[in-house]
Design a protein around this ligand. Structure first.
Ligand SMILES: NC(=O)c1ccc[n+]([C@@H]2O[C@H](COP(=O)([O-])OP(=O)(O)OC[C@H]3O[C@@H](n4cnc5c(N)ncnc54)[C@H](O)[C@@H]3O)[C@@H](O)[C@H]2O)c1
Length: 257
């Protein structure tokens, strides 16, 4: 099998455990020849991410809380010290309080809204700014989004607004960074059972809806999404930037479901 990503280094954020979409992306990126840097949020996830990083072939594992500019700057310093240049960066991070992911959207609190937008959307801007100096020429930045950005999905609420902001950030960053050859895209994944997804009220119903009504009549797997990340990280997507790539078994095209 050809190594699409041989000689490339990919930084993957957002691995918490084996079920994380970021873990599947890291696995597929490594399987296609990329060296990995994995970042974890904090002490709670550190042991698991270190274990997974070792399994994935000696990934460099580092802490990065994207809610703190200083933490992202410390990551940049570490990468500079190790002489690491990033050919791909995956942002696979989101957070909203559980109580904001159920019931009426208008009940969203002011600080819950700010928190969700900060961690789930602004963090992509901060990561691109702080890590720009360690991007390789023609680096590929990817962010993980969901259909709730453009449709009102029950219970997804403030996270839908955060994903709309994230997708707009992708376009503005693509416009800014394109002159240095850097591409910025989003992957809009169909619903997948992960720790974050379980926090969304009625998540099982969302899975059932996609399985029953998507053109392919199935849900997507973590590997489906990982394969799309390989494509966007590779030179096969060299003229694609500012794009939202749906990996959702086609569910997003359906009307009258
Ligand atoms: N699971 C789905 O159905 C689905 C669908 C489409 C998009 N997504 C998106 O995929 C991404 C990954 O989510 P997942 O479903 O794999 O769940 P997950 O819980 O495995 O991953 C979420 C990650 O965000 C990290 N995180 C939260 N706050 C952080 C912070 N301040 N600093 C650094 N990291 C932080 C967590 O540590 C965790 O690793 C998210 O952006 C999510 O919105 C998920």
């Amino acid at each position: 099998m050809p190594s699409l990503l041989a000689g490339k280094t990919a930084l993957v954020s957002g691995v918490a455990n084996r079920w994380s979409i970021a873990y599947a992306c890291a696995k597929e990126l490594a399987r296609n020849g990329a060296s990995l840097v994995l970042t974890y949020e904090g002490e709670r996830t550190q042991p698991e991410v270190e274990k997974l990083g070792a399994e994935l072939g000696n990934a460099l594992v580092a802490q990065c809380d994207v809610g703190q500019d200083a933490s992202i700057a410390a990551l940049r310093a570490l990468l500079e010290e190790r002489g690491v240049r990033l050919d791909a960066v995956l942002h696979s991070i989101a957070f909203a309080r559980k109580e904001e992911l159920t019931g009426k959207f208008y009940a969203t609190s002011r600080d819950g809204y700010a928190l969700a937008l900060d961690v789930s959307a602004y963090s992509l801007v901060a990561m691109c700014r702080e890590l720009r100096s360690v991007f390789a020429a023609q680096a590929s930045v990817m962010a993980m989004t969901y259909l709730g950005s453009v449709r009102a999905v029950p219970s997804y609420n403030v996270m839908g607004v955060a994903k709309a902001a994230l997708e707009a950030c992708v376009r503005y960053l693509a416009a800014d960074l394109g002159e240095s050859g850097v591409r910025v895209n989003a992957i809009s994944a169909g619903p997948i059972k992960t720790a974050s997804a379980r926090a969304v009220g009625g998540f099982t119903n969302i899975l059932g809806e996609v399985a029953a009504k998507s053109p392919l009549r199935r849900n997507v797997t973590q590997t489906d999404v990982g394969n799309a990340a390989v494509f966007l990280a590779s030179d096969l997507s060299s003229a694609i930037t500012g794009h939202v790539l749906y990996v959702d078994a086609g569910y997003n095209i359906m009307g009258m479901t």
